[in-house]
Design a protein around this ligand. Structure first.
Ligand SMILES: Nc1ncnc2c1ncn2[C@@H]1O[C@H](COP(=O)(O)OP(=O)(O)OP(=O)(O)O)[C@@H](O)[C@H]1O
Ligand SMILES: [Mg+2]
Length: 296
């Protein structure tokens, strides 16, 4: 669920294979991801990005160090408890191939809810509203093979968000797309995740990703070597943010606090020409039930 708790890694080490002769993929990583924060992880191939993502999400056990989420050390939990936590608290978007080919888009997107015990009709109803919100209205019955790569990734984003996770993990979600479609998907992913109040951890090779994230972390040889925060506004920019056209923010769902700000945080709103009308990546008024918009 959406949470006000940070996700933190302390001196995280991950070695594949036997101690001494194995590969050290993570050589002592410290990282804290604040609630609602969007963090891009970049670095050369083999630098440990996917390994870090998997350790943070409790998919892989760390060799040493800790990952703390909601006051719990993931490494001290049983595998069953970690699996349950991944279903309820985390959402995942991968490069491709994550949708079940025999299921229509709405059932693919509804899977996390169904796995958590939500009745099928209710789960697909929520999933359909997510699909509409993400610009896929009318495509609910299509199977993955009948969707474009960008549309399939929107279904994957709906699936990642449908259970109102606290953190969404994305590993090269645009890696199989052309640049323009990739940027559209990045816009959808970051905007929709931000609207729910979830944090986002995104591994990418796209150097333009900082535009959508509040922070970029650079890895090399299993370590974080530097990080950049996206400035609130370019210092040399004379244009006041309020004067810029801002994409319409999604309206609060029924559980949102009245008057809660739904506009993006201190980083600039994406201005990419994505979205059906070149305005917003996602649709405005139908944020699905149960989504809490968290002020930041
Ligand atoms: N299952 C595994 N068994 C053994 N070594 C592995 C395994 N998975 C990853 N590695 C090694 O760990 C290191 C980090 O791999 P990782 O997949 O985390 O890199 P990455 O930064 O995600 O790279 P890429 O950009 O190519 O996806 C690499 O040296 C890799 O060969
Ligand atoms: Mg990788």
């Amino acid at each position: 669920m959406t949470s006000r708790t940070p996700l933190t890694a302390h001196t995280l080490v991950k070695t594949y294979g036997a101690a001494g002769t194995g590969t050290t993929a993570l050589a002592g990583v410290d990282l804290s991801i604040a609630p609602g924060e969007s963090v891009a992880i970049m670095g050369p191939s083999g630098s440990g990005k996917t390994t870090l993502l998997h350790c943070l999400a409790g998919v892989l056990p760390a060799t040493s160090g800790q990952v703390i989420w909601a006051g719990q050390d993931l490494s001290s939990m049983s595998e069953g408890a970690r699996t349950g936590l991944r279903r309820t608290d985390f959402g995942f978007v991968f490069q491709s191939g994550q949708l079940l080919p025999e299921l229509p888009a709405d059932e693919n997107a509804a899977l996390p809810l169904m796995l958590a015990g939500t009745p099928r009709a209710q789960a697909t109803d929520t999933a359909r509203r997510w699909l509409a919100y993400l610009g896929l209205g009318g495509m609910e019955s299509r199977r993955p093979g009948e969707l474009s790569g960008g549309q399939a990734q929107r279904v994957a984003i709906a699936r990642a968000l449908v259970g109102s996770p606290g953190v969404v993990f994305a590993d090269e979600p645009t890696g199989a797309l052309d640049q323009q479609t990739g940027h559209e998907v990045l816009g959808v992913l970051t905007e929709a995740t931000r609207a729910t109040g979830a944090a986002l951890v995104i591994v990418t090779h796209d150097p333009g990703v900082a535009r959508w994230c509040s922070r970029t972390v650079h890895m090399r040889d299993g370590r974080i070597v530097s990080e950049d925060r996206t400035p609130a506004a370019p210092a040399a920019q004379p244009v006041a943010p309020a004067a810029q056209p801002v994409a319409p923010a999604p309206q609060a769902g029924p559980t949102a606090q009245p008057g809660a700000p739904v506009a993006p945080g201190p980083w600039p709103a994406p201005t990419a020409p994505y979205g059906p009308n070149g305005t917003s990546a996602v649709g405005g008024s139908n944020l699905p039930d149960g989504v809490t918009v968290v002020p930041r």
